[in-house]
Design a binder for this molecule. Structure first.
Ligand code: ZN
Ligand code: ZN
Length: 158
């Protein structure tokens, strides 16, 4: 009568595998949530002035430059320019957002104001929300530095 015992052991190890898989999935979910909830641009531990980011001026010139509190002068026409990031709504896709950093109470960079391409400025937005459904959107961290490349590629296609 060894069979039932073996079966139990086997079942137990199956359950263990399941538990490990479950725990792993949970871990991934937590990491994902954490990553999602953290505005990557703001969360950088390095000083804002050490981080290269995308900028856009009021005349729509895009360029890459180091981070800065407030706006900076456009490299091409010297007009006022703002930091630029792509935000994503899972249902309604990507939106380009212009924003300006301010220094928070602990000296950390916070978004002082933000606006969609032709929208009004929102002052100290806690979340940048989708204009279609009002859900909080999240930045595409890797896209911040790829945007120029993508523009180049799409212009090559033309
Ligand atoms: Zn310009
Ligand atoms: Zn949406």
């Amino acid at each position: 009568m060894k069979n039932p015992a073996t079966k139990t052991v086997r079942r137990r190890s199956e359950l263990q595998h399941l538990a490990i898989a479950g725990a792993f999935a949970l871990l991934i979910w937590f990491v994902w949530q954490f990553w999602q909830d953290e505005p990557p641009v703001v969360a950088m531990q390095r000083s804002l002035k050490q981080v290269r980011m995308q900028w856009v001026c009021i005349n729509d010139h895009e360029f890459e430059a180091l981070g800065l509190y407030g706006s900076r002068a456009c490299m091409i026409c010297s007009a006022e320019s703002y930091a630029l990031a792509e935000y994503v709504c899972p249902d309604h896709g990507e939106h380009a957002v212009r924003f300006v950093y301010e220094q928070g109470e602990q000296g950390q960079p916070i978004i002082g104001r933000a606006a969609f391409d032709d929208g009004e400025w929102k002052i100290h937005p806690e979340h940048i929300v989708c204009p279609s459904c009002g859900k909080p959107m999240h930045t595409k961290p890797t896209n911040l530095f790829k945007r120029k490349k993508q523009t180049d590629e799409s212009s090559n296609d033309d």
